[in-house]
Design a protein around this ligand. Sequence first.
Ligand code: S3P
Length: 426
Amino acid sequence: MSQVKVNPSSEFSLKISEIAPDKSISHRSAMFSMLAKGTSEITNFLRAEDTLNTLEIVKNLGATVVDDGTTIKISSDGIKESSEILDCGNSGTGMRLFCGLLSSANGHFILTGDEYLRRRPMKRVTAPLRDIGAKLDGRKDGDLAPLSIRGASLKAFDYESKIASAQVKSAMILAALRADGTCSYTEPELSRDHTERMLKGMGAEIEVQGLKTIVTPMKELLSPLVIRVPADPSSAFFFAVAAAITPNSNIVLEGVTLNETRIEAFKALARMGADIRYEISDNKYEPIGNITVKYAPLNAITVEDNISWLIDELPALSIAFACAKGMSVVKNAEELRVKESDRIATVVKGLLACGIEVSEYEDGYTVQGGELKPALIDSHGDHRIAMSFIIAGLRCGMDVRDLECINTSFPNFFELLKKITTVEFK
Ligand code: S3P
């Protein structure tokens, strides 16, 4: 399955309940279970490469994991030194959050990842953690994995981050839980807040005051997590774009987290003209419900605020930009350059190959809506690039190569896509 030919779709009307479970929440649920006294119970855990790697690491760190195929039960009596090298695969979230979790654990740990992850910047977590006493190292003075961590005592901190990153915030909150006094973390823009919500739900003393998060170190182990992981809005968004660019189509995406910090891309698509509705059905840890998306002719927009709220969806949103009337603009999105690929470069290159006029800037790009043409797109090992251009293929047909990366986040993507169109694997 290294290359696929996607054929154009005709109108569709669908309800999907099998969108991949949320990746961010799945990683966190496995890791945070190690901070609880008793057994955590996780249902609808994302069984994709990234999160299964995290689960494997949790096992290597001494947790007991019992998986009956539906519910994963995790119990731990403290993080144990492992004789294994801890392999995060493709996942920046896995590696960065484990840096925070392991910085104060007893023992020595090695974290590594695949060729892409070993190129991604880690100093954003290793530097602030070192400042509070953590003993972390890696290539380029701690910027590149493999990383080594020797657990140490951590000092209380007041840290002001220059980047709005939930991974950095989460690593520092995990460190703060074991620091020697009350800590605060301030970010320039609110990033996704699953860590705060889940840890608070487990009884941690975490207070959020706007952009500042105040953490009181744990006096005792937390209560176990009992969670059903909602569907991932970032995965659901590929199908939202599919409906938004296919005339007379509509889709209902069921059981998705409706957390404000995660649905900004749907709001952007609505600003472009698509008819989008939300219906909350549950609210444990965070609001969860259905999102309905109906086709309507799309108009160009500018995206420049709350970028971290739609950073993962920008590649798919760019396919909607290509189908819209006028020139869309993305600004303040330099973080895209350090994702699974340099997503400014890979989106721009892909759209150019499809005959769309684009301009590239250091912190973003512009897309002049036009007519997508079939092309051969290389994913550059980036799951979101692969899936975005496959969705573009619903308009005009497309060949996309290097598809294995889709298994990092959305293993049943093609199963769902086949409800809309036909595909041929080469
Ligand atoms: C994530 C945070 C974001 C996001 C990533 C998942 C998380 O990264 O892009 O896919 O689960 O915390 P940054 O924290 O680097 O913005």
